[in-house]
Design a protein around this ligand. Structure first.
Ligand code: HEM
Length: 195
């Protein structure tokens, strides 16, 4: 139990490292020649990694039988949302400096931005319904709502895919990882039906 609490804190600390590094590099003037791109890429990639880690919790719990792992799911999901907020703020503040008209045009004109925004809104709806009060209020519907996390991961991977212009290895790897996670989910649902 103590070991798990320690591991949970260590994961939380590790997840905050990219944000802390960005603050440190900003203070030392080391945010590369293109700081906006660097911040966008770091926050976007971290949000995606944490979102995928959120999805691995349930399969890992089922395979290992360690039910306490479930406590990591909400924490990782909220951390993914935190980085998505930083990613969105970079676009709002540094890319457009609160020019809302141009931002709306950007969401409409560029499909990868449309999908990024869709992903963000999905994560927002998951974050606001992740409190104990909302879990109680939504009852059985909570689980249905929280299946949207798979849709969010899918739109996030496509968003990334559409950002990439030449080397598709990384988005392809994420798509493969997501397919494996989906596959596990389907296989598990099939096993449950058979019993
Ligand atoms: C809130 C709406 C969003 C907007 C406006 C947005 C915008 C952007 C922009 C402008 C880029 C850089 C494109 C370029 O380099 O040409 C980008 C990259 C990226 N975004 Fe988003 N995004 C959004 C949401 C998300 C979310 C929710 C995630 C993940 C959960 C995400 C993950 C990524 C990733 C992984 C990249 C590529 C990073 C890399 O090149 O290494 N984005 N996004």
């Amino acid at each position: 139990m103590r070991l798990f609490a320690f591991a949970r804190r260590a994961i939380f600390g590790a997840a905050l490292l990219p944000a802390a590094s960005l603050i440190y590099w900003a203070s030392t003037g080391d945010l590369t020649a293109n700081p906006i791109d660097f911040i966008t890429d770091t926050t976007g990639t971290t949000a995606l990694v944490l979102l995928m880690l959120t999805l691995t919790v349930t399969p890992l719990r089922r395979v290992t039988g360690q039910n306490q792992l479930i406590k990591l799911r909400r924490m990782l999901g909220l951390l993914a949302f935190f980085y998505a907020c930083l990613h969105l703020s970079t676009w709002v503040v540094l890319d457009w400096f609160f020019d809302f008209e141009s931002m709306i045009a950007d969401v409409i004109d560029r499909p990868f931005i449309t999908l990024g925004m869709t992903t963000f809104l999905l994560l927002l709806s998951l974050a606001v319904t992740s409190t104990a009060g909302m879990i109680r209020r939504l009852g059985r519907r909570w689980q249905q709502v929280h299946r949207l996390v798979y849709l969010a991961a899918m739109t996030a991977v496509i968003h990334f895919w559409w950002v990439v212009k030449a080397d598709f290895r990384e988005p392809r790897l994420w798509a493969l990882a997501l397919s494996v996670l989906f596959g596990f989910r389907l296989w598990w649902a099939y096993q449950l039906r058979r019993t």
